[in-house]
Design a binder for this molecule. Structure first.
Ligand SMILES: Cc1cc2nc3c(=O)[nH]c(=O)nc-3n(C[C@H](O)[C@H](O)[C@H](O)COP(=O)(O)OP(=O)(O)OC[C@H]3O[C@@H](n4cnc5c(N)ncnc54)[C@H](O)[C@@H]3O)c2cc1C
Ligand code: FES
Length: 269
């Protein structure tokens, strides 16, 4: 599959090393499902898998939020409106947003993991009456590293949504929670047997989050986690993203936790 040329419509700085690229789809719309990702290609540098972080109901805006960590993401960080970028996608599995209608939904995000969850949050909030209690729990390293701060405030201002945020390290002026995101689970009220949880963040954070959810009574089959692995082809051909018997690019990135528990946290699998 060859990359299609997209134009950068907007560049927005989110945090010191995190930015959002808004791309204009040449066909006028780019349908995708919440949780899917694209391969973004700054020409001449290489490709990186990046989740789509926009609203699936607004396919005319293709949004990605990216942390600059190496050659490809740093080249993406240099793009500005009017520049071209190659796009392949959308790829991968999706958050089962429709399947969990009627249930309480708990989103747990760590760091930039809020970006891949955001399309699912948009969908659930747009169809709010179809769900029970909606809980959004978010952990960042410091107050300065809280992603989508304005949006978190907007969500927390809704009477029908429970939002709780914590940071690993406080800084002067921070009056909120300090500690790991799992501590927020203990006090978030939800009907555990009728709860679906969607997780995205570092694997260690997801591991402890699953334990906390299990202790609260949420079964593995109701927990969905987005996994990250190195990728090359993104279409199940090269094997770079192998995760035991699965390929993250086509069987994931969103997996039901009972199907990956035995492989979860096994290094270099
Ligand atoms: C399905 C999927 C969805 C993804 N969605 C996003 C997204 O929405 N936004 C986003 O910013 N990234 C996302 N990533 C991660 C992103 O693909 C990598 O960060 C990117 O490939 C790094 O490429 P690079 O060439 O810039 O850096 P590389 O040269 O590959 O890496 C530079 C250094 O950073 C380390 N590194 C690589 N990835 C990460 C990471 N995620 N966190 C911390 N350190 C890392 C490497 O180990 C290396 O030491 C996703 C990955 C997958 C598999
Ligand atoms: S990236 Fe090639 S098989 Fe998944």
């Amino acid at each position: 599959m060859l990359p299609t040329l997209f134009e950068v419509a907007r560049f927005r700085r989110e945090l010191n090393d995190v930015f959002t690229l808004e791309l204009t789809p040449p066909a006028g719309a780019f349908p995708f499902r919440a949780g899917q990702f694209n391969m973004l290609y700054p020409f001449g540098v290489g490709e990186a898998p990046i989740s789509i972080s926009g609203d699936p109901d607004r396919p005319e805006r293709l949004i990605h939020t990216i942390r600059a960590v190496g050659a490809v993401t740093e080249a993406l960080e240099r793009l500005r409106p009017g520049d071209g970028v190659g796009v392949r996608g959308p790829f991968g599995s999706a958050w089962p947003v429709a399947e969990v209608e009627g249930m309480d939904v708990v989103f747990v995000a760590g760091g930039i993991g809020l970006a891949p969850l955001r399309p699912a949050i948009h969908q659930v909030l747009a169809n709010r009456t179809r769900y029970g209690r909606v809980v959004i729990l978010y952990g960042a390293r410091s107050p300065e590293e809280i992603l989508y701060r304005a949006e978190l405030e907007r969500w927390s201002g809704r009477l029908d949504t429970y939002v709780d945020v914590t940071v690993d390290r406080a800084s002067p002026g921070w009056a909120g929670n300090v500690g790991v995101v799992t501590r927020l689970i203990e006090r978030a009220r939800f009907d555990a047997p009728n709860t679906a949880a969607f997780l995205c963040g570092p694997e260690i954070m997801m591991r402890f989050t699953v334990e906390a959810l299990n202790s609260a009574g949420v079964e593995d089959r109701r927990i969905h986690a987005s996994m990250e692995r190195n990728m090359k082809c993104a279409v199940g051909f090269c094997g770079h993203c192998q995760f035991g018997a699965s390929f993250v690019c086509k069987d994931g990135p969103v997996f039901r936790f009972d199907r990956i528990r035995s492989r979860f946290n096994v290094r270099e699998l």
